[in-house]
Design a binder for this molecule. Structure first.
Ligand code: NDP
Length: 276
């Protein structure tokens, strides 16, 4: 089991008992300003209850503004931000994020990548949680080896590992290790930052199912047990990308999609590490 699905598969339960909506809107590369405010507002209108931002994205103000302007109450929205690990103090950086976001806490705070090693920032992440500024804490871009070094510290275990994950990057070794350690895998770049949408197998399955390629790729992640955070700044795409709970990919389709993997079922989180 990757993480416990709830009855209607729209949410999953993290190892610390908190519930995370299965689909979130990602806002990487969305400029701070109206484009980001609109994307988040449209997502909330379309039923998303999970937004994924980061200190590195520079758009926390807009995410916060959209949350405030929306009719959806703050407590119904699962909000993630990420610690920029070239900075020294996770707890202090989260306080700045909270001011930019205009909220009292985030639901999830994760180390964006294991800069300077996988363990040094964790005590600061735990401190952010102790202060009540992060409900859950986790990591991103951690390989199995890095995850296991962190777990060996014996502190609060990370609840999630957010990694690049799609049929083309089907990191089965990493997915299996996350499941063994009760770490929920969050799939980032599920559409390959747009690159996977035109691939022939995906297009053929989508055409047969009467769905879009994006819906097929998001649905594949859900059926592989992950949380998934597609990004779009177009209203109709934002709306369509979340319409994935009313169909199922057959075992044959899942197997055909699995076969697109180019990672070799790796335990690594990245083939190339931008932080090295
Ligand atoms: P995705 O894989 O979600 O793909 C987004 C791209 O696909 C955009 O160009 C978007 O265009 C396009 N797109 C989206 N929906 C559709 C659709 N229905 N039809 C056609 N095109 C579509 O990209 P990301 O790489 O942004 O990954 C998603 C999120 O994951 C990020 O936003 C971020 O939150 C997170 N992430 C985390 C990382 C980490 O290190 N932790 C690294 C990378 C991503 P348009 O916007 O113009 O509609």
């Amino acid at each position: 089991m990757q993480s416990s699905p709830t009855a209607d598969e729209r949410a999953r339960v993290l190892a610390d008992g908190k519930t995370i909506p299965t689909i979130g809107l990602g806002v990487w590369q969305v400029p701070n300003g109206p484009e980001c405010v609109n994307a988040v507002r449209w997502a909330l209108d379309a039923g998303y209850r999970h937004i994924d931002t980061a200190q590195a994205y520079g758009n926390e103000e807009s995410v916060g503004r959209a949350l405030r302007e929306s009719a959806v109450p703050r407590e119904e929205v699962f909000l993630t931000t990420k610690f920029h690990p070239t900075r020294p103090d996770p707890a202090a950086e989260l306080e700045k994020s909270l001011r930019r976001l205009g909220v009292e806490h985030v639901d999830l705070y994760i180390i964006h990548w294991p800069a300077k090693g996988p363990t040094w920032a964790w005590p600061g992440m735990e401190e952010a949680q102790r202060r009540g500024h992060a409900r859950s804490i986790g990591v991103s871009n951690f390989s199995v080896a890095e995850l296991e070094q962190l777990l060996a510290l014996g502190g609060a275990p990370p609840t999630v590992n957010q990694v690049q994950f799609s049929p083309f990057e089907y990191r089965r070794g990493l997915l299996d290790a996350c499941a063994r350690h009760a770490v929920t895998l969050e799939a980032y770049s599920p559409l390959g930052t747009g690159r996977h949408l035109g691939e022939a197998t995906v297009a053929a399955i989508a055409a047969r199912a009467g769905r879009t390629p994006a819906q097929v790729l998001v649905r594949w992640c859900i059926q592989r047990g992950t949380v998934v955070i597609p990004k779009s700044t177009h209203r109709e795409r934002i709306e369509a990308n979340v319409q994935v709970f009313d169909f199922t990919l057959s075992d044959t389709d899942m197997t055909a999609l699995d076969a697109l993997d180019r990672s070799g079922g790796t335990q690594q989180a990245r083939e190339g590490k931008w932080w090295r």
